[in-house]
Design a protein around this ligand. Structure first.
Ligand code: OFO
Length: 172
């Protein structure tokens, strides 16, 4: 059983996922301007993942007979003082997205909308991974204290990130 409240929250989450893609594209652009191509690649893959998250919510809203409402996207921050600042912002953004998803899941339970609650389980698991990924890289950056050779080593590691569409997207 879907409610207007849940539909509004899903549309807001769709906007947040699209903003996430925008936010990470700005980070890709920053790293490209610093010639840190591996970091740029990492955020290019992250952007694709965010677009997948948005697509899953877009499709779900349609599937339950709701209306997708696209809203304005605010301009993301475009300049950063360091790679560490980028990952601090990315981690805090992911924590915000996690709490946003949790709020919808809680509201879905309150509204006895078990279908939406079930749909959100994939996102809840995904968010744990998103936070872990950002946190690990942030800790590495703090460990190397942005020493140039450490940064280049990490740049190489991040250049190997592979984009894999979520299996639930392939099933649809
Ligand atoms: Fe869509 O998980 Fe990040 O923001």
């Amino acid at each position: 059983m879907r409610s207007e409240k849940i539909l509004d929250m899903l549309n807001e989450q769709l906007n947040r996922e699209l903003f996430s893609a925008y936010f990470y594209t700005a980070m890709e652009a920053y790293f490209a301007s610093q010639n840190l191509d591996g970091f740029a690649h990492f955020f290019m893959v992250q952007t694709k993942e965010e677009l997948d998250h948005a697509r899953l919510i877009f499709d779900y809203i349609n599937k339950i007979g709701g209306r997708v409402i696209l809203k304005e996207l605010k301009q993301p921050k475009i300049d950063y003082s360091s790679p560490t600042e980028v990952f601090e912002l990315a981690l805090s953004h992911e924590r915000f997205i996690t709490s946003s998803i949790h709020e919808i899941a809680k509201a879905a339970l309150e509204e006895k909308d078990l279908t939406t609650h079930n749909f959100l389980q994939w996102f809840i698991n995904e968010q744990a991974e998103e936070e872990e990924t950002m946190d690990k890289i942030l800790r590495k950056l703090k460990f190397i204290k942005e020493d140039p050779s450490g940064l280049l080593f990490l740049d190489k590691e991040l250049s190997t990130r592979v984009y894999t569409p979520p299996s639930i997207l392939q099933e649809n």
